[in-house]
Design a protein around this ligand. Sequence first.
Ligand code: YOG
Length: 135
Amino acid sequence: MPTSLCGKWELLSSINLEGYMIALGIGSSTRKIALKLKQHKLIEQANDKYVIKTFSTFRNYVFSFRVDEEFDEFTKGLDERHCKSVVTWEENRMVCIQKGEKKNRGWAHWIEDNKLHLELYCEDQTCKQVFKRVA
Ligand code: YOG
C-alpha cells in the first residue's frame, strides 16, 4: 500500500502558481489574491472513496472520487470548467487526469520527506506545491 496522504496539511511553498493560473485563464485580480493565500488541505479516505478539501480565506474547493473510476468534475470557484477526471495510483503517486477543454491538465500528489507534494499542470505550465503536516 502507498503511504497515506490522509490528514491535514498546510502550504509551505508554491512555485509557478502564477503560470498555472494564467494557463487556466484566471484573471489578474483573482490571481493576485490567490498568490497570497495560505492554503490548507484535508485529505480523507473512507473505504475506496477519497475526499480532498482545499481551504483558504478566499475560496474552498472540495473534490471527492473513487480511485480508477472516471467522473464529472466541475472546478467550481477555480476556473469553473467541466472535466472528465480519473484518479489512479502510479507507484506511490496519486495521479489525476482532467480531460476537457484544457490540454495536458491534471495533478499528482505524493509524500516525500514527510511532506505532501503536489504538482498541478495545465498546457505547458506546472505549479509545484509542498505542504507540511499539521496536527
Ligand atoms: O487540488 O485542484 O489536491 O482538487 C490551487 C490554485 C484560489 C481560487 C487550488 C482558491 C487554483 C482562484 C487547486 C485556492 C487556481 C484561482 C483554494 C486545488 C485557480 C483559481 C481553493 C486542486 C487538487 C489536488 C484536488
